[in-house]
Design a protein around this ligand. Sequence first.
Ligand SMILES: Cc1ncc(COP(=O)(O)O)c(C=O)c1O
Length: 449
Amino acid sequence: MFDLPNEEILPLTKEHVFFTWSAQAKVNPIAVQRAKGVYFWDLNDKRYLDFNSMTMCVNIGHGDERIIKAMQEQVAELPYAAPGMTTKIRALAGKTVADISPHQALTKVLFTLGGADANENAIKLARGYTGRHKILTRYRSYHGATAGAMAATGDPRRVVWEPNLMAGVVHFLDPYRYRSTFHRTNPDISEEEFARDYVNHLEETILYEGAETIAAVLMESVTGTNGIIIPPDGYLQGVRALCDKYGIVMIADEVMSGFGRTGRWFAIEHWDVVPDIITMAKGLTSAYAPLGAVAMKPEIAAAFNDNPFESGLTYTSHPVSLAAAVANINAMKEDKVVERAASMGPVLKRMLSDLGEAHPSVGDVRSIGLFGILELVKDRKTKEPMAPWNSSSPEMTALRKYCLDHGLFLYTHWHTVLIIPPLIVTEEQLKDGFDILDKALEITDKAVN
Ligand SMILES: Cc1ncc(COP(=O)(O)O)c(C=O)c1O
């Protein structure tokens, strides 16, 4: 269709394409040629095992013909319709998402282009619904790179852009057991008490800020890049109770944790909590097309029955993206992908804990479904991280390079290694990746004090 010799792809890209999250002079991308299942191939036909589902998004795996066909048919039939119109696929997509929402309670869906603008719109909905302005989010969070979503983000990706971000966000601490400030001297506290301490911390924050000023609590149900932090039992239930008590909208950001990643359609279902709003993207289409969504309870939508929702997007409900979403969700149901992820959860957990036992540089491992992490340390007692906060280290760089050289694509974040494969991964494929990781960890083991 478009002719360009392979050897020109990289130089031409470097000359004309500006890369996100990158120092432009240092950009050296993998030039990807094709992908299938849990693998992708570069221009030299080198195969990589994809342990990050590209950007934690290709949940159903690469090259699913059902999704490709649905998109092809949609683009041939009608590639685009204006935001104020409707289409067959728009009607179907809203119902398809509402049907998989927890207890089918989030019955109205606003379609966006990705995760950041899903969160932006969720914030606007909560502000409009409550007439309040503050948004509470946690420090160990990422909610997107637009100004509002970046303000909501707790991690250092926000700090570099301050002070030119949306006003009104207040951050609080995460129930992060491995490094809990409150529990250094009583690490064996029960899960129940641990959860209660962090719910109390949130309530204290609400009271200090003034409950009547707070529109929403926005949180990742299971934290993604900031550490696969799995909330203790009782925590999300406690947050739900606080939101009910103070009339605050509970927004679950399931952009990364949704669509089977944890073994449920949405991670929050593990604790049987129904938030008022769920934001989603990534696994919604398994990244076959860009799409985000804000699924909300009917009462939130009803607040805009008489007064308009003053916001919009040219590409809201883009038919080709919606076709990808409906085909993706149908294919996930047909293949029982969510159930598969749940049943592979214990397999991943065992592999992670085996690595943890074998390597002194592994300080902690955590996982839920196919959402896993290794936290690497220089010293298990002091928990000194293998790379400093918001930085890298020669050991972490070398570990990642070893993996890539040996055909394993994964995401390292500061001192952590994330394991987020497509949900169709087999035990054998997981083991192949873990064998490479096992060797790579010999590099970080050498840096242990
Ligand atoms: C939890 C979470 N929320 C929001 C986003 C932003 O999504 P997008 O990059 O599609 O804007 C991300 C992206 O990684 C995410 O992980």
